[in-house]
Design a protein around this ligand. Sequence first.
Ligand code: PMP
Ligand code: GLN
Length: 380
Amino acid sequence: MNPLFANLPTTVFEVMSSLARETGAINLGQGFPDDPGPEDVRRAAADAVVNGYNQYPSMMGIPELRTAIATHYQHWQGVDLDANTEVMVTSGATEALAGAILGIVEPGDEVVLFEPMYDAYLPLVRLAGGVPKFVTLQPPHFRLTEEALAKAFSPKTKAVVFNNPLNPTATTFSDEDLNLLADFCRRFDAIAISDEVWEHVVFDGRPHRPILALDGLRERSVKIGSAGKIFSLTGWKVGFVCAAPHIMKVLAKSHQFLTFTTAPNLQHAVAYGLAKDDAYFEDMRKNFARSRDRFTDGLRTLGFDVIPSQGTYFVNIDIAPLGETDDVAFCRRLVMEHGVAAIPVSAFYAEGAVKNVVRFCFAKKDSTLDAGLERLADAI
Ligand code: PMP
Ligand code: GLN
């Protein structure tokens, strides 16, 4: 057995969701909305199934979707992408991440990772034989610093895996942070693998700035998106990857032996969805922001110390003021004794874990959030 897999623990999302199912807890752990998602997009998928879009589609993705992705990003983020040479459809952002890391990183290459990091990054870097170099971001602001970047980058740096908006912290990076990172990528000739799956789930009028729009980064970036997040249909696993043609050629090669294609019916529905008018995307943000506010206010009223959420489906609390020093033990108690599942943020660290932050998913019906808050009242 390959010890890289054999020794991996089960992901914290699966562990907490299973515990929630077993105990009947309210699941505010794993990030998925509890509403069914936009009906017209679901209908478009059903129509595509009935209309016979069920055989292998082309490897790079159906042309309608690749064009829709390029048009969508032009409209929303002002980036010019050639749908034929710079856009590929993958089976979720997870496949895009795997393909990019395995396609770009060679054994011995250094890869800069920002902790806390989404849990897929490190195992993939290790699988590629890469050597992780961690930049630890500190609560509550999780900002980049020149000093930390200078310690992590070296002439051996091949790539950075970056995530903005950042899961699990629910923070977004400032222009200053992004420019600093771009500067290091240029100086060290590094490729930015930029996980932007939360690009549309940003609040309070924040724009999303894609890495490949930064000065000099167009030729050295891989932009990764996910329809699951854009349409609140997380199980669909339709991802997008955008990169300059010389990088895309390599990504296409790794894609062909990871999954090769992605369900064509879902691709048709996502192409339809990406062309929806601005109001859909604005309403989505407004609704999630409303849920964020409802849940944040509830947590504060109970006396929890909330780290403000700027994007994603998540909000975090600092449990240190409660005298708690172990987020895993706290989350275990929450689910077993109080009937609420949450995610201990230490699971997103490899080194120097912060152990006093706990993540909740607020992308739930008001009634679910209120019931969760009622149970949390007993936990404080
Ligand atoms: N990256 C991040 C930062 C995520 O939060 C997620 C899922 N929530 C993914 C990647 C995976 O996306 P997908 O389900 O499209 O594979
Ligand atoms: N991205 C989701 C989260 O952060 C869940 C992903 C997963 O279950 N692997 O909760």
